[in-house]
Design a binder for this molecule. Structure first.
Ligand code: ZN
Length: 173
């Protein structure tokens, strides 16, 4: 099962990414990502499907903001958060579906970040993701660093779990 695609290091299985609804809050989204130990989630809207780079989203939402803004943004729905950031964080999954037996190399030559469905007949197995920046969000965990350098599993409401300082940056590990 999975064929050539399943063996590719650019293949990400359907089960490995949390699927987030638009109405889910930013704080709950990042809690789920922390539990899943992933920096990306899958998202659907108006019949389109996306892989969302949660590291880029967290950077735009949380970096260089005061604590009241962080709290306010943590309560936003993920749909609102994605609409309000200036640089898009979602990669649309291409219409073109790849069969598990196709050669992934053909599709990894893309010059931009792309996501393709990988299917076995009618069944969706996961995605083939091009480019390291996109792939790493889907395969690594995101950690959130406070102003005192503590590592947190999620940004909660913008402040550290171990001290009162705010979250100042995130890192994929
Ligand atoms: Zn701290």
């Amino acid at each position: 099962m999975g064929g050539k695609m399943g063996k590719s290091s650019n293949f990400v299985s359907l089960e490995s990414l949390p699927e987030i609804e638009g109405s889910t809050s930013v704080a709950d989204t990042y809690r789920r990502l922390g539990k899943a130990q992933r920096g990306a989630f899958s998202y659907s809207e108006n019949g389109m499907h996306y892989i969302v780079k949660a590291d880029d989203l967290a950077t735009q939402l949380f970096e260089a903001q005061d604590i009241s803004t962080l709290r306010e943004r943590a309560a936003w729905s993920i749909r609102d958060a994605m609409r309000r950031v200036k640089i898009p964080v979602q990669v649309a999954v291409a219409e073109r579906r790849l069969s598990a037996d196709e050669d992934p190399q053909t599709f990894l030559q893309q010059s931009s970040e792309q996501a393709f469905w990988v299917t076995d007949g009618d069944r969706r197995l996961g995605w083939l993701l091009t480019k390291d920046a996109l792939l790493h969000t889907a395969t690594k965990r995101l950690v959130y660093i406070c102003a005192n350098n503590h590592e947190n599993p999620d940004p909660d409401h913008g402040t550290c779990y171990k001290c009162p300082a705010k979250i100042v940056r995130n890192e994929l590990r």
